[in-house]
Every structure is written in structure tokens, then in C-alpha cells.
Design a protein around this ligand. Structure first.
Ligand code: HEC
Length: 339
């Protein structure tokens, strides 16, 4: 009869606790299910064998059990190595995914931001950053749109509102580039990320970091900020006129090569301002992104046509109207409407 307590009991207690832990890890998806079950089983079987081992008196049976315990103990190493490998693979997948977002962000900044905005906020092209309508599309739909473009008029597919980007259709992007862009656009949809068990990084946050050209960085900032009001001596007082024309002209003083002339004006309530595009490029007059103009209807169509296009707006509400050309965000203007 044994006098001291069987140490196997202690081992069983620890083993059961570990088995419960592995079972929980398996159930919550931290560990792969079968792996968790195997680990839990070994954690129970080894201590039970230990218990039997200590309760036997015969040296021969004991050595038999010792051999079994040793074998299972060694067996434990294999699943642990698998866990380690599984983790390494998950890390690598996450790093690759993040890299594809960064590549997508770099491509977006170079090829898409002029029309869709550096933050995908939408300018001449629609919003792409978490746009509920776009979120309903499948990855294949988005791939097809970016690859082949969108015709301006379905009856006349030769004129595209959105260019075709695939190098198979004369564009500048490879299939890989387009796949990066799709992952990048998709990363702005929280529901998609959740459904596909992806990290919650919105790739649009990477765009600024990918820009190296100072003009683009300035454009990026201009698109997102209201900016402060220029000093009074930079305003042209036109408050004695009922109708004002602002030509959009070529210039060397603005990094974009164009300017509203003059950019900053003071007018009185009721004045009609007409912007007249005299350059060979399309422009527009958009309220700056961070601003809320006193009159919410202050916004030109996406394009005021090159050479001849005009857009007129009658200011019926006093206040500050900071604006810019969303196609050339370095072109800034400001209308100050006084009573
Ligand atoms: C010259 C301006 C322009 C450029 C540059 C441009 N797009 Fe577009 N894009 C548009 C316009 C305009 C539309 C909307 C066309 C329509 O629906 O009639 C559009 C639509 C889209 C749509 C569909 C959005 C929706 O909700 O229907 C996606 C996706 C898109 N563009 C992605 C891109 C990507 C990616 C790039 C860069 C590789 C890019 N675009 C560059 C003008 C542009």
C-alpha cells in the first residue's frame, strides 16, 4: 500500500487545465480545431499514464508505461511545431496583404487621385473611399471597371468617362497592379474587411506616404484643407460691380500652370460671378474639402470645358467661399461676399 500521494494526480490536474485551455483556443479559432483537439488529448493522456506509472509496483510494468509516456511527450513537440509554423504563415500573409495595400495606394496616388481625390473623396470621378454603391460590387466587377473603363454614353462606347487602365486595352497598368488597386479600394469597406477576416487598415491612409513629388503633396493637402483666408491685400475689391468675370488662365506663378485671375475677390451680396475657362485643360470651381460655404449650392459641374467653358453663380448669401479646382488642386481661390 502506498503512503505518499500519487504525483500523477497533480499531473492530471495540470493536464486537464491545459486541455481546457487548448479546447477554448480551438473553439475561438485561435488554433486550428484538429490541432487543438490533439493537444488537449495529449495533455490528458500523458498525466493519466503518469498516474498509472506511479501506482504500479513492478519495475517491468513501470518501464513499459515510462516508454509510453516518453513517446507521447515527444509526440507533443510535433503539434507545437505546427502551431509555430501556422503562426509564421499567418504573419507572412498579413505582411503580404499590407504590402498590396501600399502598392495599391502608390498606384492610386499616381493614376487615380486626379479624378477621384487623394483620399478617394470624389472629384470628377465618384467617391471610392467606402462608397456604399461601390461596396455592393464584387471584386470581379471592380476589376472589370478599372480594366476596361466606363463609357460616358452606353450608346457610344468609344468615349470613356472613366479611362480603361489595363495594358490589354491600351492602359498603363498590369493585371497585378489592378489586383492591388482592387484590394486597396476594398480596404475602405469595413463590412468587407470583417466578412473576409482582414485587418481593419484602410489603404487610403497610405496614400500620402507614397507621394514624393512636392506638387502632389501640396495638391493632397489642398484637397483636404480649407486653408486660412489670405491677407486683405491679396483680395481684389469688386464690391462695386453687379457682374464679375474671372478668367481661368495659364500662368507660371501657380505650380499647376493655371490660375483664377484674380484668385481672391470681395463682392457684395447679389453679384453674379462667371468663371471663364481660357486654357486648354478642363477646370472646375469646387468648395474646398474642409469648408462649408454659406450657400450649399456653390459648386460648379465637375468640368468647365477647355477653351470656351463658363460657369456662373449668383451669391445671395454673405460669407466666405474658399474654393479650388479639384482637377488641379494647387489652383486656389476665395470669394468673400459682403452685405
Ligand atoms: C479622368 C478621370 C478619371 C481617372 C484618372 C480615373 N477615374 Fe475612375 N472614374 C471616373 C469617372 C468619371 C467615373 C464614373 C463613370 C460613370 O459611372 O459614368 C469613374 C468610376 C470609377 C469606378 C466605379 C465607381 C462607381 O461607384 O461606379 C471605379 C472603381 C474607378 N473609377 C476606379 C478608378 C481607378 C482605380 C483609377 C486609377 C487607376 C481611376 N478610377 C482613375 C474618372 C476617372
Amino acid at each position: 500500500m502506498q503512503t505518499s500521494r500519487n504525483p500523477g494526480l497533480f499531473a492530471i490536474a495540470i493536464g486537464v487545465a491545459l486541455a481546457i485551455l487548448f479546447a477554448l483556443l480551438g473553439l475561438t479559432g485561435v488554433l486550428e480545431g484538429r490541432l487543438a483537439f490533439g493537444l488537449a488529448a495529449i495533455c490528458v493522456i500523458v498525466p493519466v499514464l503518469l498516474y498509472i506509472f506511479y501506482s504500479r509496483g513492478s519495475a517491468i510494468t513501470r518501464s513499459g508505461y515510462a516508454a509510453l509516456i516518453l513517446t507521447l511527450g515527444v509526440g507533443l513537440i510535433i503539434p507545437l511545431l505546427m502551431v509555430n509554423q501556422q503562426q509564421a504563415r499567418a504573419d507572412r500573409t498579413a505582411a503580404l496583404y499590407d504590402q498590396s495595400l501600399q502598392r495599391g495606394a502608390a498606384l492610386f496616388g499616381q493614376y487615380c487621385a486626379t479624378c477621384h481625390g487623394f483620399q478617394g473623396q470624389g472629384i470628377a470621378g465618384p467617391k471610392l473611399n467606402n462608397n456604399p454603391d461601390l461596396n455592393k460590387f464584387t471584386n470581379d466587377d471592380i476589376t472589370r471597371i478599372i480594366s476596361a473603363g466606363i463609357p460616358a454614353d452606353p450608346a457610344n462606347p468609344t468615349v470613356l468617362a472613366m479611362p480603361s487602365w489595363s495594358n490589354r486595352f491600351g492602359g498603363s497598368l498590369t493585371d497585378d497592379d489592378i489586383a492591388y488597386l482592387v484590394a486597396f479600394i476594398r480596404s475602405s469597406d469595413p463590412a468587407y474587411l470583417k466578412q473576409n477576416n482582414l485587418p481593419t487598415t484602410n489603404g487610403f491612409g497610405y496614400v500620402l506616404g507614397t507621394l514624393t513629388n512636392p506638387t502632389q503633396i501640396a495638391d493632397y493637402n489642398n484637397q483636404l484643407k480649407t486653408g486660412s483666408k489670405p491677407p486683405t491685400n491679396q483680395f481684389t475689391d469688386m464690391s462695386n460691380q453687379q457682374a464679375v468675370t474671372i478668367p481661368i488662365e495659364n500662368t507660371t506663378s501657380n505650380p499647376s500652370g493655371f490660375d483664377f485671375t484674380p484668385p481672391n475677390i470681395i463682392i457684395k451680396v447679389g453679384t453674379t460671378v462667371t468663371w471663364e475657362n481660357k486654357t486648354a485643360q478642363p477646370h472646375n470651381v469646387f468648395p474646398r474639402a474642409g469648408s462649408t460655404p454659406p450657400d450649399a449650392s456653390f459648386k460648379s459641374p465637375a468640368v468647365i470645358n477647355a477653351q470656351t467653358g463658363t460657369w456662373s453663380f449668383t451669391f445671395t448669401k454673405a460669407g466666405e467661399y474658399p474654393y479650388y479646382c479639384a482637377i488641379h488642386p494647387a489652383m486656389l481661390g476665395w470669394v468673400s461676399v459682403v452685405a
